[in-house]
Ligand binder design. Sequence first.
Ligand code: PDD
Length: 289
Amino acid sequence: MARISYVNGRFVNHRDAYVHIDDRGYQFADGVYEVMLVQNCVMIDADPHFQRLTHSLAELRIECDVSARSFGLIITELQRRNKVTDYFVYLQITRGVAPRNHQFPTERIKPSIVITLSPFKIDFSKEIIGYQAITGEDIRWKRKDIKSISLLPNILAKQEAIENDAIEIVLIDKESGYITECSASNFFIVDSSNNLRTHPLGHHILGGITRTTLITIARQNDLNVIEEPFKLEDVVEAKEAFITSTTKGLYPITKIDDMVINHGEIGAISRKIRKLYQQYIEEQISNEL
Ligand code: PDD
């Protein structure tokens, strides 16, 4: 069966899904994106994802008049045409097509919208494993809250992780010494008093949807979460560490550079939060059905 994607108002065969070479996304990375998880035809945390999309668009002054509801309908139609129930959505919006010129086009142009689905089923029955991470300098720009498609520093950082047999790279802001997040995920530690610690929201990190959900779930279950910056020396003392993202949920980190965390074992709090997140997803699915 041919894979179908959405490009600028049309449902097309994935192999024929193209945007113009003058697209500002292609030339300047002038655009934003979202990655969303759909399980059993239910989009997890749909509202916060669309709210973040609206924030990213507004910050870059990209005018897109497609509502979250309309995006929902397009995604449902893609789901139907692709005959899938469990998948990721990749939704990208760029400023549009115009002759190459750094400033915004003077004429009003339509943003380019691309949506693709990739089959993916979360298997919570699979035993989780502890992953290895490395550390590196956070060389990104100063507006990490915008989910921009301009991802070169993230790509270089992730590649460095992979070349060092690590799943992620824990990024450190050189000026402050604070750990911000990872190349494509947020970063948490559990300190010696069992507090969860993660970098606060703001311009220094992407406000991960999984991050916010897990913080809410943790607090509802009497875990203390401290959203304050911390440094590598705090990680040395940490009992547990984990990363979060839409595509990974929660992945325990048991080694960072040469630092072994919790004797290389997955900690009880990481296991507990992962389990609670599983229940949260299952509840969202059963509430919508
Ligand atoms: N990345 N931080 C960064 C830099 C990210 O790129 C991501 C997600 C996250 C986690 O956000 P969320 O929980 O909303 O997925 C944090 C996506 C998955 C990606 O680029 O593919």
